[in-house]
Design a protein around this ligand. Structure first.
Ligand SMILES: CC(C)(COP(=O)(O)OP(=O)(O)OC[C@H]1O[C@@H](n2cnc3c(N)ncnc32)[C@H](O)[C@@H]1OP(=O)(O)O)[C@@H](O)C(=O)NCCC(=O)NCCS
Length: 199
């Protein structure tokens, strides 16, 4: 890391002399490069594991749905049973080394819903421990995996729904190329958005 910053400092000095940059611009450049360095480090040693009731980490998934998602989205027993059965959806856990960091759930067949044709439906995407792992690029890595799944299934269209109750999920999806298609539901408690991405 020290070597990295020394390298960056040298590069910034060269750029500074060449373009006459201000101190503020320089520190922003350093910080941007540090962030992208951090995100590329996060990308190392990442693997994905398909989860069924017989595999490792199923209990982690089950616990997370009950503890974290049920308070936001209501009872998750059906979602857990559907992952267990594995009939219409795939659940993949993202591992950093051998530690579960996040999860995606997606339908195993292309859908025709909300006027979208032959689209991959992303059912869930989250970090197991957002308090510890947020803003390090893990969420974006999960979104990238969904892009790869879509391509392997022969579609360039992905969609999901997102609640205003979890506003950072919408920001993260937009940052990863999703657009708000329309509002699906709106009441005093929350707005439910339909988000879609065209690859
Ligand atoms: C949403 C979630 C997946 C983001 O994961 P993450 O690892 O923090 O995401 P990244 O580090 O890849 O961040 C990508 C971008 O998302 C946006 N973002 C992420 N968290 C944010 C926050 N708390 N506030 C504002 N923007 C945020 C930023 O634009 C960020 O880019 P930046 O760090 O360069 O500014 C994670 O916070 C989470 O699991 N939340 C709970 C469950 C959930 O909301 N799931 C999404 C269902 S669609």
């Amino acid at each position: 890391m020290v070597i990295y910053f020394t390298y960056i400092s040298k590069q910034v000095n060269i750029q500074c002399k060449r373009y006459g940059m201000t101190a503020k611009t320089i520190s922003k450049t350093i910080s941007n490069r540090a962030v992208s360095h951090k995100k590329s480090v996060v990308a190392d040693h990442i693997s994905f594991m398909k989860i069924t009731s017989n595999t490792d980490h199923f209990s982690t998934v089950q616990r997370f749905f009950k503890k974290m998602l049920a308070p936001i989205y209501g009872d998750q027993s059906k979602a857990i049973d559907q992952i267990k059965a594995g009939l219409d959806r795939v659940c993949e856990v993202m591992l950093k080394y051998d530690n579960p960091v996040g999860l995606i759930v997606y339908k195993n067949k292309l859908q025709n819903e909300y006027g979208l044709k032959d689209a991959l439906e992303l059912k869930s995407l989250f970090l197991f421990n957002p308090a510890k792992n947020s803003r390090q690029g893990y969420g974006s890595r999960l979104f990238k995996k969904i892009d790869e799944v879509a391509m392997s299934m022969g579609t360039n269209l992905i969609y999901c729904t997102a609640s205003s109750k979890v506003s950072n999920s919408i920001q993260c999806a937009i940052k990863n190329g999703y657009e708000i298609e329309r509002v699906l539901e709106k009441n005093e408690e929350r707005t439910l958005y339909l988000l879609a991405k065209r690859l």
